[in-house]
Each structure stands twice: as C-alpha cells, then as structure tokens.
Design a protein around this ligand. Structure first.
Ligand code: FES
Length: 314
C-alpha cells in the first residue's frame, strides 16, 4: 500500500465526468469563456472578504454555507422569494382583472420576497465562490446569480412604484422579474442536480455493512493521512495515539481527496477548498462543506485494521 503525506492545500479542478453539457442553456453558458473576466474576480473578492474577516468571517461563511444545520442553507432560503413572488404574480393578475382588494396582499408578497431574496443572494454567492475551478460551475453560477440579482432589482423597483400612479409599470416590472427568476431557477437546478453543487459527494457510496480488513496495523504510521478501500469505497485512516480514525476519503463538499489533506490537531483539512473535518466523527469544523463526513468504526483483528460504517458512542 502507498502512504501519502499531505501536501499544502492547492486549488484543484473538479474530477472529470461524462454527460456534462447536454442541457442547451448550460451548454451555451458554459462555452462563454468571456464570462470569466467578471466571474473570477468576483469569486476572489467574495473569498477574500471572508478571509480578511478572520474568525468572524469564517463563522459568517460557515453560517451562510449551512454548516450549523448540516445542509446547504441556500436552497431553503430561495423558497421565500420564489413563493412570495409567485403569490405576488397571481395577485397582480387578479388586480389586472379588476380585483382592487388584492393590492395590499400583492405589495406585501413583493416585500417578503425582497427580504428573503437578500438572504438567498448572500448564501448563493457564498456557495458559488467556493465552487472550485470548474468553468461550468463558475460560468453557470455567475449567470444564475446575475439573473437573480436582476430579478431582485426589478422587484425592488416594482415595490417602489406600487404606491404611486405607475402601478401598471410596477406590475409589469414584477412580471418581467418573475420570468427572469424562473429562468434563473432552471440554472440553479442544473447546478445542483447535474453539477452536484451543494450535494454531498459521498451520498452514493455504499461501503460494506460488516467489518472488513483494509490495512495491516503495522502499515499505518502515526498522524499520516492514509487512503485505503472498504469494498469500492475510499476510506481515510489516521492513527493518533491509541485511536485509529476512519472517515470517508471523498470530501463531501465537491469530492476532494482527504488523504491528500493536512492534519490540524484532531482534524483534517481538505486540499481543494479547505473544509475542516473532525477526525473522530466527521463533524464540519469549518465550511465550505455543510455535510458532515461519513465516519467508520475501526478495530484491529489478527494484525489487520478493520472498518465498518458507524459512529463511536464516545
Ligand atoms: S472538495 Fe471542497 S472542501 Fe473538499
């Protein structure tokens, strides 16, 4: 077996996959390299903002990625503007057909959507900024976010005009913004369901249910991240004193190789985007991953380290 020492963290592209550009909208946007001139500086600016914030910046970023609820926050928050603006669109249509009594409800729905939209924008740009070097994610995410910003600004304009004489214009801006946000939602779905942004990259792994031998005990050095396999599933082993920690080796964020990461005390930092996982239970100490790393129980039998999925009651 090969023992690898963790190199310094370095930027890394996503692993190659097939079937990446079947969706027509995604295909067109992904081929627009000129978008990088705006997208890359924006990604760097967002990351730099959090990094300059030190510990506070890290906590804010953790919160916006969804670390504290164990799942990305962005898809939860987007339901607020989508739902509120859908109600507003229906009420605006009713008003068009003569129902003046629905005006207040439509205006309130637009306002609720604006508040939820701000939160959705903050979480969305934060997730996107840590989406790696993949040009597809960068360009599609940039267009997705830009369309959402446009819809937000149009709804803000719509809201401001609603109290005056330009109510018809306000409704028109609202319908335009709703159309744009629908187009943007398609791109958001592409990013999640096709490109796997926000999805745990360990979700499809099926290690054996029972203990299986993975390595001779004598071959595991102290405090060296070591990659082994349980069935077809890559597993990270780290010996620390009398403990042998075992986590899924594939980073839940975007699939980075944790065995090439860096040990920091009782945790390991992913070499791709810096998520920090506690070795004993896979808990996310620092985002961008929102998903805890699956962990394994370990034991030594007949000189062999054995693992099976599970979490120590300790
Ligand atoms: S792959 Fe992004 S932090 Fe690990």
């Amino acid at each position: 077996m090969t023992v690898t020492r963790a190199p310094d963290p370095a930027p890394h592209d996503d692993p190659p996959r097939y079937d990446r550009t079947v969706d027509p909208a995604e295909k067109i946007i992904a081929s627009q390299a000129w978008l990088d001139a705006a997208a890359e500086p924006l990604q760097r600016a967002i990351v730099g903002l959090y990094e300059r914030g030190g510990k506070v910046g890290q906590r804010v970023e953790d919160f916006l990625h969804g670390k504290y609820i164990g799942t990305p926050l962005h898809p939860i928050l987007v339901t607020i503007p989508i739902g509120a603006w859908s109600v507003a669109a229906v009420l605006d249509l009713m008003e068009l057909r003569g129902r003046k009594d629905v005006r207040a409800g439509a205006d309130l729905a637009v306002a609720i959507g604006l508040v939820g939209g701000m939160a959705a924008i903050a979480t969305g740009w934060t997730d996107w900024a840590r989406s790696g070097d993949s040009p597809i994610k960068r360009r599609v995410g940039f267009v997705h976010g830009s369309l959402n910003e446009s819809a937000f600004l149009l709804y803000a304009g719509s809201y401001l005009l609603r109290g005056g004489r330009a109510r018809a214009t306000a409704r028109g801006l609202g319908f335009l913004a709703y159309t744009i946000s629908g187009m943007s939602a398609h791109l958001g779905g592409t990013l999640v369901y096709k490109e796997g942004l926000g999805v745990s990259h360990t979700a499809g792994q099926r290690p054996p249910d029972e203990f299986v031998p993975v390595l001779a005990d004598a071959d595991l050095p102290e405090n060296v991240p070591t990659r082994v396999k349980a069935g077809e599933v890559p597993v990270l082993l780290v010996r620390q004193g009398e403990h042998i920690h075992a986590l899924a080796e594939t980073c839940s964020h975007l699939g980075g190789p944790l065995s090439e990461g860096r040990i920091e005390g009782d945790a390991i930092r992913c070499p791709w985007h810096g998520s920090l996982f506690r070795l004993s239970d896979g808990y996310v100490l620092e985002s961008p991953s929102a998903h805890a790393q699956p962990c394994f129980l370990t034991r030594v039998q007949g000189g062999q380290i054995e693992v099976r999925p599970g979490r120590s009651p300790d």
